[in-house]
Design a protein around this ligand. Structure first.
Ligand code: AQP
Length: 343
């Protein structure tokens, strides 16, 4: 029997997909997909519009993220891979959920505070309402499990709260409460330039992250330049406290070599970062080269990517429309002509 009923997750096509997206999210999707009944992986292009809409590159970025999913091991014949904007039910459900979302819940969202920065009055409504659209992304499929990095945990919790609020209104268990699935060791991969900041697509410095499309020379250069400290590697994880950059690099090495950080510390004990950086470079290159090559191949065959996206959207639309019809009926809206008799 499958451990997971229906798995759903997504990435924003906002720029270069990076090692944090891979280790914190997509690698876990691949593992979970093998153990779940149904999987849907979307490229959340409408979320990308909430921060500095990059209309010139959005469609290309969307295809690049789709290529990354496939290259990282998501099988499009077993999982629906699609663009969020190809399934209009997401935004429709999002509106209904908006009407169940007290402002107090949204005011607690830390990502809005981080992304809006000091200029909250100037931030757009889409950025503020982003977590409700994310709840709709999940609930429109009645997804049961949502693999994410640590930064998205609060948003999945909001989706649970909104599912509960809607279920209470309906006096029915319409939506299952989705569970966030977070891989503890890779939940938060940090910037290569600052061990206290998350590795992020929107960081201005390319040297802060490894892109999945970086070639070996660039990977080697970025790791050479990665911030470290001058102390040798300790034998225990406890001694890594207050050494954020060292913890991050050893954590990345541990994740890629499928070892615990404890084992990595023991194996490298007493060595300096220059030798560890060489080993880290080697394992990054050997892990990411097949992904980069497959992404390049797919990106040269964009029609193939589009076919996969359209096929995925067809599966997603069928599921979403069925659930949307149920929601509309509960809310008391007159059924749409095209939905009559289809429940
Ligand atoms: N540094 C990270 N470590 C672990 N997981 C991460 N994720 C993102 N960064 C890290 C996880 O990747 C998935 C997709 O993220 P997203 O693109 O939808 O949004 P994000 O979390 O805002 O990612 P970025 O890279 O920081 O993008 P920008 O800069 O555009 O905001 C999620 O599961 C996320 O947790």
């Amino acid at each position: 029997m499958s451990a997971y009923q229906r798995v759903l997750s997504g990435v924003r096509p906002t720029g270069h997909i990076h090692l944090g997206n891979y280790l914190g999210a997509i690698r876990n999707w691949v593992k979970m997909a093998k153990n779940s009944k149904e999987q849907l992986f979307c490229i959340v292009d409408q979320h990308a519009l909430t921060t500095a809409a990059d209309s010139k590159n959005l469609s290309q970025n969307t295809r690049t993220i789709a290529a990354a999913y496939i290259a990282c091991g998501i099988d499009p014949s077993e999982s629906a891979i699609f663009a969020q904007s190809h399934v209009p039910a997401h935004t429709e459900l999002s509106w209904y959920l908006n009407c169940f979302a007290p402002l107090g819940w949204l005011n607690r969202m830390t990502q809005f505070k981080d992304k809006a920065g000091k200029n909250k009055e100037g931030a757009n409504l889409g950025l503020y309402a982003y977590p409700v659209l994310m709840a709709a992304d999940i609930l429109i499929y009645k997804a049961t499990h949502v693999p994410v990095g640590e930064d998205q945990k609060q948003h999945v919790e909001l989706a649970r709260d909104l599912a509960g609020a809607f279920n209470n209104h309906a006096n029915l268990k319409v939506f299952p409460l989705p569970e966030p699935i977070i891989e503890k060791n890779t939940a938060r991969i940090m910037s290569l330039r600052d061990g206290l900041s998350k590795m992020s697509k929107s960081d201005l410095s390319d040297y802060s992250r490894i892109h999945l499309l970086d070639d070996p020379d660039i990977i080697a250069l970025k790791i050479r330049k990665a911030k470290t400290d001058s102390d040798p590697i300790p034998g225990t994880i406890k001694e890594l406290t207050d050494r954020p950059e060292a913890s991050n690099l050893l954590g990345i090495y541990a994740a890629l070599s499928d070892q615990s950080i404890e084992t990595v510390c023991r194996n490298f004990e007493g060595q300096t970062f220059s030798s560890v950086k060489q080993e880290l470079t080697d394992i990054l290159i050997s892990s990411l080269t097949p992904i980069r090559e497959k992404m390049h191949y797919l990106l040269q065959n964009q029609d193939e990517i589009d076919k996969i996206l359209y096929r995925g959207a067809k599966i997603a639309n069928t599921l979403a429309e069925k659930n949307l019809r149920e929601v509309r009926e509960i809310l008391g809206l007159i059924p749409r002509a095209d939905q009559l008799g289809k429940l």
